[in-house]
Write a protein that binds this ligand. Structure first.
Ligand SMILES: [Zn+2]
Length: 182
């Protein structure tokens, strides 16, 4: 695992600054847009799928509470939309990247693996998400290494401060915390 000490970014490959700069831009934008969706009853997580040329394929927000579905996490919703749009269950040939405002939970790691997504960039770490919100993110032993073995690049803890603020506001505003860490 390589680490960029200044920005506390972690990755399962040597950090490529152009990928990181691009991911920071996208994740900051998602965090901004997410605030509007939270006010409409959505959960505090947002994800987007992009191709190598920077084209947006799909974008989605966590809709567990407002759509009454426990697996409607932002990552799962975005992957589902991308597959529908491209008409395939296997995204691997499109070389797509998933950007998400917080670290994927154990369900979403499985969903990402099955989808054929080739790279994951996330904001707030699960440890911080759990601490701030109380959501139970699940157990995920050595997932950076496991993804590397499967050819999936991971960069994490990108623009974490801005992401934490969104989560803190979600809690302060009294929105629903489902399946809390017990
Ligand atoms: Zn999830």
């Amino acid at each position: 695992m390589s680490e960029n000490k200044n920005r506390s970014v972690i990755a399962n490959e040597k950090i490529d600054n152009s990928k990181l700069t691009n991911a920071a831009k996208i994740i900051l934008r998602l965090q901004q847009e997410l605030k509007k969706y939270i006010n409409k009853g959505y959960g505090p997580f947002m994800a987007a799928v992009y191709d190598d040329n920077g084209n947006l394929i799909a974008r989605a927000v966590n809709s567990v509470v407002n759509k009454s579905c426990s697996n409607n996490h932002a990552e799962m919703n975005a992957i589902r939309l991308a597959e529908k749009k491209l008409g395939t269950y296997d995204l691997s040939k499109y070389n797509l990247s998933l950007y998400v405002t917080s670290e994927p939970c154990m369900m979403c790691l499985g969903g990402i693996m099955w989808s054929g997504i080739k790279a994951v960039y996330y904001g707030v770490s699960s440890k911080r998400v759990t601490k701030i919100t109380g959501f139970d993110e699940g157990f995920k032993p050595k997932w950076f290494d496991e993804f590397k073995k499967r050819g999936i690049t991971v960069y994490g803890q990108i623009e974490q401060d801005a992401g934490e603020q969104v989560l803190q506001d979600y809690v302060a505003q009294g929105h629903t915390i489902y399946k809390p860490n017990r």
